[in-house]
Design a protein around this ligand. Structure first.
Ligand SMILES: Nc1nc(=O)c2c([nH]1)NC[C@@H]1CN(c3ccc(C(=O)N[C@@H](CCC(=O)O)C(=O)O)cc3)CN21
Ligand SMILES: CC(C)C(=O)C(=O)O
Ligand SMILES: [Mg+2]
Length: 269
């Protein structure tokens, strides 16, 4: 796994940073082999994999299990574990221990948490203890009950707050910042003002890198967000394979002689 330093020290103008989620070993291997720089084990697992309507029900144990699965599939990328809803911010001690688990037990190289005024000091403590932190501003889906899933930072006051918080988290020691679902001109301004790399999702082309959810990228999601593009059609491929399997079983063509083993010497009554 590369150190966080290698990501931070890149020249993103020459070499934009690529980030993609993964939740399991085979997918992580595909993502890593493709040369993606950072594999994010997102709490988006809640809707992308586990069938919850949101990320809120995702447990810390679930994130530890899937982060470990991803780490086993990755040779080259940095593995970042998203801290799930209420696993941080309730008490400092619990937050630090929960974040530490992702590095000590699950094999992540860094954690990500959804940032706000309440996470500046937590970010500082985590970094002091040696846990690299990726901050996340703009749309923070763990606040779905307060802000929904709308674009953020669309008026001057909200944009100024995002810029202030971005600077505060850089100062607190975050190694990178995710900017989600904000105007491209705001993301460009934040990227200009910060020294740490910004990674955009629904934040236009001017950030230092991009992140998307792998299910959206491969075309597996039924309801992808408006800013996601499917670069493939895995859902169609899976539907076709499953339907063909069913048809061949029902029609008697699977398993065929080629797919069948008869033990000639076996004496059966
Ligand atoms: N598959 C997947 N892809 C993602 O990018 C993703 C997740 N899941 N889960 C966690 C968050 C949630 N995300 C989302 C999901 C939906 C919208 C969306 O549809 N926004 C609409 C408004 C929807 C509403 O008001 O309910 C928009 O027009 O902005 C945005 C971000 C991004 N993240
Ligand atoms: C969409 C990214 C940034 C994320 O937080 C997730 O996948 O959970
Ligand atoms: Mg997340």
């Amino acid at each position: 796994m590369p150190s966080v330093r290698e990501i931070v020290d890149r020249d993103p103008e020459a070499d934009p940073i690529t980030v993609l989620t993964a939740y399991d070993t085979p997918t992580a291997r595909i993502v890593d082999d493709a040369g993606i720089d950072v594999v994010l084990v997102g709490d988006s697992i809640g809707d992308a994999v586990l069938g919850h309507g949101s990320s809120l029900p995702v447990a810390l144990d679930t994130m530890a299990t899937h982060t470990a699965a991803v780490a086993r599939g990755v040779d080259d990328a940095l593995v970042v574990a998203d801290l799930p809803f209420l696993s941080y911010g309730v008490s400092e001690a619990e937050s630090l221990r929960n974040a530490g688990r992702m590095l000590k037990e699950a094999g992540a190289g860094a954690v990500k948490l959804e940032s706000g005024p309440h996470t500046v000091e937590l970010t500082r403590r985590l970094v002091e203890l040696g846990i690299p932190v990726q901050a996340h501003l703009g749309l923070t889906p763990q606040h779905i009950n307060r802000v929904g899933l709308q674009r953020q930072g669309t008026d001057e006051a909200a944009a100024a707050e995002i810029l202030d918080l971005a600077e505060a988290h850089e100062e607190a020691g975050a190694f990178s910042l995710i900017l989600e679902h904000i105007p491209a001109n705001l993301a460009a301004l934040v990227t200009d003002e910060l020294n740490i790399p910004t990674i955009g999702i629904g934040a236009g082309p001017e950030t230092d890198g991009q992140v998307l959810v792998v299910n959206d990228v491969v075309g597996l999601s039924e309801h992808p967000p408006p800013f996601a593009t499917a670069f493939g059609n895995v859902r169609k491929e899976m539907v076709a394979a499953v339907e063909t399997y069913r048809d061949e079983v029902v029609g008697g063509s699977f398993p065929s002689a080629d797919e069948t083993h008869v033990e000639e010497g076996l004496e059966l009554e």
